[in-house]
Unconditional design. Structure first.
Length: 512
């Protein structure tokens, strides 16, 4: 039999073998092995990337677009329930952090009683709405006063200390005047809690309220634990505490330079107040706007103000908003908002929308708070008035506006007008009111004639009243019933003659 002759089955077997050998040859070729290596590298990288995204990046803090009025309520916590973040006690180098981490803003308040420091911080500290708030309250009987604050974690019957322990402290008995009650108070190791709760790159502001010797112990423990560098700004509640630090350890005091300041709840201020609350007004100095008329006397200004926030003022605002939406330009009026409005709205959040419809200013009354009285210390009264202006400035700034125009209330308005005959001595409240206005630089509308009592008159009579108002400045309180109908008639009849406050300034008749 010819050896070259093979059975069909054997031929098939040899054919398959040749194909198999060819496949092995291809797979073992350098080009194929290179392709396999590249595919393996890319595949491994893709899988690792997916795992990192799921388990690492998704757990990092997300963008914190905290806005006014959208923060959670006060939460009372116990020291043991405040869990530390894993690894946060390790001092961090920004080069090695996850790039999308956004540092927190934190205000830590050590309080002995009422929330005066917290109120001062929220009212006057720049961007205070961005801060997470922590309060350590020694006397738990005051904790109900803290319920009104949003985004606050309250540690009641707890103080910051240099070591963890619990002691019995005596506090005034609220039910029995002149008596004291002994209460257990938890002491938290400040250094350890600070490093276990926050990150090194968080912006942390601390206000301590403690006896000087306790302040020294706290700062010693912060230095020894390497936690002092975590604090961006430290406020002490008395000048005595600061002088004690300087006398006892000058080297330590040098390390605190540009970090330690004084906080004074009694006079409603802190030592770097002016430095961090520079006026935003475009005016280099305060000017008095006494008239607002065109060369031919045909133009005039209607200054709307809100003496109180009520249904009438809300109805008028709604009407103005509807009219503005139908116009291709801003309403030619200026609306002056009171402190009550800025507090009642969700943290000034709607000022931006309102400012796009009309020009805005601030209605400044000396009677905005019951804490103002004729027997108050001059500097304290000045600080209260200044703080209210600064709070309004912050609201305007948050809405990307500049607070330039101020309308005094009726009583204060009279103090700007020329006196006839022998004038009586100027009340101290009026002096401080004018002093704070002149120090911060505004355009003060002092020549307006209040027409609120005339809003029910027919339009022809109102037109004559406008003509008789030689200053060209009319003021109308939109909190009074009937002003919405008055404005509707006024806008229909005199839209082309109305001008806002900034055009009064442009006419060069503002300065005294």
């Amino acid at each position: 039999m010819d050896k070259r002759h093979r059975s069909p089955s054997r031929q098939c077997s040899c054919t398959m073998l040749r194909h198999k050998c060819a496949m092995q040859y291809i797979l073992l070729s350098p080009a194929c092995r290179l392709c396999l290596c590249i595919s393996l590298i890319f595949g491994t990288g893709f899988i690792v990337g997916m795992l990192l995204n799921e388990h690492l990046l998704s757990s990092s803090p997300t963008t914190r677009l905290s806005t006014f009025g959208k923060l959670g309520p006060t939460v009372e916590v116990s020291p043991s329930s405040e869990k530390a973040r894993a690894g946060s006690s390790v001092k961090k180098d920004l080069k090695f952090q996850v790039k999308d981490y956004i540092p927190r803003h934190v205000f830590i308040n050590c309080a002995a009683g009422p929330p005066w420091s917290l109120e001062l911080f929220l009212e006057t500290y720049p961007d205070s709405f961005r801060y997470d708030l922590y309060t350590f309250l020694a006397d738990a009987s005051y904790k109900r006063l803290y319920d009104k604050f949003e985004n606050l974690k309250l540690f009641s019957a707890t103080v910051l200390s240099s070591a963890n322990n619990t002691t019995m402290l005596d506090f005034p008995d609220m039910e029995k005047p002149g008596k004291t009650v002994s209460t257990p108070v938890v002491h938290i190791n400040f250094s350890a809690w600070l490093k276990d709760t926050f990150h090194r790159d968080d912006h942390i502001v601390v206000k301590l309220c403690a006896y000087p010797q306790n302040v020294n112990l706290l700062i010693n423990s912060l230095v020894e634990a390497g936690a002092l560098e975590w604090i961006n700004k430290l406020y002490l509640s008395s000048a005595y505490s600061l002088s004690e630090l300087m006398q006892n350890d000058e080297d330590k005091f040098d390390a605190l330079t540009n970090k330690v300041y004084l906080w004074d709840d009694d006079t409603y201020t802190y030592s770097d107040f002016d430095a961090i609350n520079q006026p935003d007004s475009a005016e280099e100095e305060t000017v008095e706007v006494k008239e607002c008329q065109g060369d031919d006397g045909s133009e005039f200004a209607v200054l709307l103000y809100m003496s109180s926030v009520n249904q009438h003022s809300r109805d008028t605002l709604s009407l103005l908003s509807k009219i503005s939406n139908q116009l291709p330009f801003e309403l030619p009026i200026t609306l002056f908002l009171p402190p009550e409005f800025l507090e009642s709205e969700p943290s000034c959040g709607n000022l931006s929308s309102l400012g796009s419809k009309m020009e805005l200013g601030f209605y400044f009354s000396i009677y905005f708070t019951s804490s103002v009285n004729e027997f108050m210390d001059n500097q304290k009264l000045f600080n209260i008035l200044r703080n209210r202006l600064v709070h309004a400035e912050h609201c305007f700034k948050y809405a990307e506006l500049i607070m330039t125009y101020v309308l005094p209330d009726y009583v204060m308005h009279q103090s700007f007008l020329p006196k006839e005959g022998k004038s009586a001595e100027t009340p101290e409240g009026t002096k401080q009111y004018k002093r704070v206005l002149y120090e911060r630089g505004y355009a003060v509308m002092v020549g307006a004639k209040d027409m609120t009592q005339l809003v029910e008159l027919p339009m022809e009579d109102l037109t004559q009243a406008v003509a008789n108002a030689k200053s060209g400045l009319m003021a109308v309180d939109i909190s009074v019933q009937g002003t919405d109908a008055f404005l509707l008639r006024m806008l229909r009849a005199h839209m082309t003659s109305l001008i806002p406050a900034h055009e009064c300034r442009m006419k060069g008749k503002a300065k005294d």
